[in-house]
Design a binder for this molecule. Structure first.
Ligand code: F3S
Length: 394
């Protein structure tokens, strides 16, 4: 890689061993991926913010880093292991809370914005098209690449941290025009029912691995794009998708020579069936990725149809960001009065909910994927749309 004189000096440890170590991470990743240089970034977004996923070694690493370095670009952070700035709706034991607080304190000391959300593009850091980012939340990465037209690779926690401190990222993959071309065309056939985009995303993610699809035959709205991308990047490692006539760069793609994959409604229905069982849940959890304002409004609309005085029989939690809550007081207040718990700063996957809520109902194929994993929550999952879950269990 061609480094500037300053980058070389940092790499040699002349600005301190910690900066040298972080520069070594970026240069190693760059060299492994044939990047020719480092490029400046507009913002960073960090994952690994819950103690549940980070563990003690990661927390101690961040504590050590916070003694020596600061972020040099705006840096938002993913959900934590409980509602760190909220009213304490998540029950977590004292040991977990103490370790989570240490982790959060370190991130804030380095200059992180206290966003604690996987949708930083909704409020806190809404990137314009064309900027380069180093983001490490797969659902946010696929969204900004596909829908916004910003550029980010799927960073891991260490590379996003290094980029947040150094303000740069290696120029490869999704940062390059040639890294954003589709690998195949996906033709979605007609369906008697509305497409469930989170299901389509999961189905495609499972089939495609890391390939970039050019999807035809669908017309998702902005929330559907978000849920489809999140599922695609969780069930596979797809970093970007194009939807004909919809997404930012779709019209620029030449797809004439690409292979085709056809998806029909029956296949999707069968796949959806595999996402969850049919038992009564202890908890209905909405908001993976975190709810946007329009998703909170959809939930309110569904509840309105049940009648103003109906109170939930099963607990319903809607996970969102503190930024979305602050910007949408009316719908938040309506939902709270309707008996819905609005939970900020954390999510159904990274909070320790498995023991207390062994059966969870979700409207997100990404949440279904992680909640059922033994290494995350080990829960039994019930899957449905928001409307179905509210009608059936609430
Ligand atoms: Fe966000 Fe948690 Fe889902 S971080 S994308 S709500 S798993």
């Amino acid at each position: 890689m061609q480094l500037t004189k300053e980058e070389e000096s940092i790499l040699r440890g002349e600005k301190g061993p910690r900066l040298g170590e972080l520069m070594r991470i970026l240069v190693t990743v760059g060299e492994l991926n044939d990047a020719s240089r480092l490029i400046p970034i507009w913002s960073a977004h960090l994952s690994g913010v819950s103690f549940k996923t980070m563990g003690l070694p990661g927390t101690e690493f961040l504590e050590d880093a916070a003694k020596e370095v600061r972020f040099s670009v705006p840096t938002t952070v993913n959900p934590a292991g409980y509602d760190v700035g909220g009213p304490g709706l998540i029950r977590a034991d004292d040991d977990f809370r103490w370790k989570q607080e240490r982790l959060v304190r370190s991130l804030l000391a380095m200059g992180a914005e206290p966003s604690f959300s996987c949708i930083p593009y909704a409020i806190e850091r809404d990137p314009p098209a064309g900027v380069h980012l180093a983001w490490a939340e797969s659902s946010a990465v696929i969204y900004v690449n596909s829908v916004v037209g910003a550029f980010s690779n799927r960073e891991g926690a260490p590379t996003a941290l290094a980029s947040a401190v150094l303000g740069k990222t290696p120029d490869h993959g999704l940062h390059r025009p040639e890294g954003r071309h589709p690998d195949l065309v996906v033709d979605v056939g007609p369906s008697p029912d509305p497409i469930r985009y989170t299901v389509l995303g999961a189905y495609l993610g499972k089939k495609l691995g890391s390939r970039i699809p050019y999807v035809r035959g669908v017309a998702p709205n902005i929330d559907s794009l978000k849920e489809m991308g999140a599922a695609m990047s969780a069930w596979g490692s797809v970093p970007m998708f194009h939807v004909e006539g919809v997404t930012h760069e779709a019209s620029r793609q030449d797809v004439r020579r690409l292979e085709h994959l056809s998806v029909d409604a029956r296949e999707l229905a069968e796949f959806e069936h595999s996402l969850g069982g049919d038992e009564s849940p202890n908890l209905v959890a909405i908001g993976c990725p975190h709810c946007t304002a329009s998703e909170l409004n959809t939930l309110a609309e569904v509840l309105r149809k049940r009648g103003e005085n109906a109170k939930p029989k099963t607990e319903v939690w809607a996970f969102t960001s503190r930024g979305v809550i602050a910007a949408n007081p009316d719908v938040v207040s309506y939902l709270r009065k309707a008996g819905i718990k609005i939970v900020q700063d954390t999510c159904m996957v990274v909070a320790p909910l498995g023991a207390e809520y062994p059966v969870i109902a979700v409207n997100s194929a990404k949440a279904a994927f992680y909640a059922s994993k033994k290494s995350f929550s080990g829960q039994r999952v019930v899957f449905g749309t928001t409307e179905e879950l509210i009608r059936k269990y609430v």
